[in-house]
Design a protein around this ligand. Sequence first.
Ligand SMILES: [Zn+2]
Length: 201
Amino acid sequence: MQEAPNQASGWKSAVYAAIIYVGIALIFTAWGVFFGPSAAQVGSTRPEETIPGHVAELAVFGLILGLGSMIVYSRKGLYLAFLLPTLTVALDIDHLPAYLGYAETIRPAHSFVFIVVALALTAIMIKALYMELAMASAFMAHMAVDTGIFAPFSPVTFWYVQLDPYRLPFAAGALLCAVAAGAALRKSQGIINGGGPMGNA
Ligand SMILES: [Zn+2]
């Protein structure tokens, strides 16, 4: 069983997780720009006046999940309440080329391939189940808030599908994974088994 992090290592892991997540999203973005077929390079930004509202929606949903995850674990998991909204918003870093005026594929990191790679790297580098669950939750939270089309297997194929029918399942998955992240932390700390919050910390 993995050891529960103390607060300092929890914050450190959260920062590493954010770096992994954003780093891979940028690699997927660059891949789409350089290797995506030009017919698929039709990504654009949403109307500027709608951006703050959309970011706020993402942040609020991420915050709700982060707080939920923290409540399931304990107050010591405050880093979850920061990590979840950060990752939920951060996926849109893949719109960067369009903001800068370059052609890009649509939502290159809004992809199952992206989240599988990000989770695998997180598993290898951070080795903490709760962190993988938190990351999966944030990804699904973002997909639950977005509308329109995405490429589920970018950058393997830029086949675009409508996101809307999957928003509810994504929201449910986000909620489940956020609760599971808190429960995984709680279990690893021995709180459930009566070890008390000082448990084996
Ligand atoms: Zn998005």
